[in-house]
Write a protein that binds this ligand. Structure first.
Ligand code: NAD
Length: 334
């Protein structure tokens, strides 16, 4: 079946890694009509806004998007396009599977966790102000509606995927009101899933435990900021950001994107690792019911990573983005 999908190439390495992913998808037999729209720094120059209405309209129309990373200026400039997209489309659940199954990191061999991150509130609500010279304030917003919704999503995900445990990650010892409210929601929702163990862990201890004993984590549910930071920590356990895919789910919309950013330090050099976006595309094809395409992609990635002859520099190799992509495409035989 032919699918119409919105493609946002993004900034920095975005066009390189999404372009490589388009090639792989085509080779894997995906029938896709891409609707390419621009967001980010490039769109700002051309259209005067980093998030033109056409981007939101395209995703609303097609209901599925593949997105490259988008640069957000630090400390000044336009507010995050990523955050705006997630908020405007109510993409409330950010799902990031972190697995050592590809064997890139020799340090941790037994990692198989899924981060379920609340995507719409917390300090990402963007409510900031200068109160007085030298004093600034950022508001952390946590609501029962959003906390119930993400907790339910995490438990439903665990049930559907046959997972055994959900950890709620928090700092309710200090933020008794906001994180306390999040935890209350998780506890209540957990009662409806007696077959799934429910545990709570303070975020700083969680960071340490992930490095010492990552195998103890299964599904983790977190508010927005902790989810962001813990995702990158998780990526570091399994070989880096080039290997961790992600998906943002809303009511009837889904935007698939890697965890990594636009990596300006390596942009345009043909060395970016495209696997995180390719693995996001694998998830996208499963979401669309195209398991045969997803299976081709997964098989090719496993073969190429096992052989270790075409790894990009972040994985310890010398291959270019194009060489890795060519190697993956050679493994797809119909
Ligand atoms: P980053 O993820 O872009 O890069 C961190 C490090 O990882 C860099 O050394 C980079 O070279 C490396 N890296 C990342 N992806 C890689 C890949 N595919 N292959 C090889 N190496 C890779 O994080 P950053 O430097 O903190 O952020 C850069 C920009 O990206 C910022 O403007 C930030 O706001 C934005 N960002 C966007 C998203 C998104 O669009 N979803 C996510 C995170 C950061």
């Amino acid at each position: 079946m032919k699918h119409k999908i919105t493609l946002i190439p993004g900034d920095g390495i975005g066009p390189e890694v999404t372009g490589a992913t388009q090639r792989l998808l085509e080779k894997a037999g995906a029938e896709i009509e891409w609707e390419v729209v621009e967001a980010g720094a490039g769109a700002l120059e051309k259209h005067g806004t980093p998030l033109p209405d056409a981007v939101i309209e395209s995703i609303r129309r097609n209901k599925v998007a593949l997105k490259g990373p988008i640069t957000t200026p630090v400390g000044e400039g336009f507010t995050s396009v990523n955050v705006a997209l997630r908020k405007q489309l109510n993409l409330y659940a950010n799902v990031r599977p972190i697995s050592s199954k590809y064997g890139i990191s020799a340090k941790f061999l037994d990692v198989d966790m899924v981060i379920v991150r609340e995507n719409t509130e917390d300090v990402y609500a963007g409510l900031e102000q200068d109160i007085a010279p030298g004093v600034a304030q950022t508001l952390k917003i946590i609501t029962t509606v959003a906390s119930d919704r993400i907790a339910k999503f995490a438990f439903e995900y665990a049930r559907k995927e046959g997972r055994k445990m959900v950890h709620a990650v928090h700092k309710a010892n200090i933020m008794k009101k906001s994180d306390g409210l999040f935890l209350k929601s998780c506890r209540e929702i957990a009662k409806g899933y007696p077959e799934i163990s429910y545990k709570e862990i303070i975020v700083d201890n969680c960071a340490m435990q992930m490095v010492m004993h990552p195998e103890q984590f299964d599904v983790m549910v977190l508010t927005n900021l902790y989810g962001d930071i813990i995702s990158d920590l998780g990526a570091g356990l399994v070989g880096g950001l080039g290997l961790v895919p992600g998906a943002n789910y809303g009511q009837d919309l889904a935007v698939f994107e890697a965890v990594h950013g636009s990596a300006p330090d390596i942009a345009g050099k043909n060395v970016a690792n495209p696997l995180a976006v390719m693995l996001s595309a694998e998830q996208m094809m499963r979401y669309l019911g195209e398991d045969h395409v997803a299976n081709h992609i997964k098989h090719a990635i496993i073969v190429v990573l096992t052989e270790k002859t075409h790894l990009t520099p972040d994985m310890g190799g010398t291959a270019t983005t194009a060489e890795l992509t060519d190697a993956l495409m050679r493994e797809i035989v119909h």
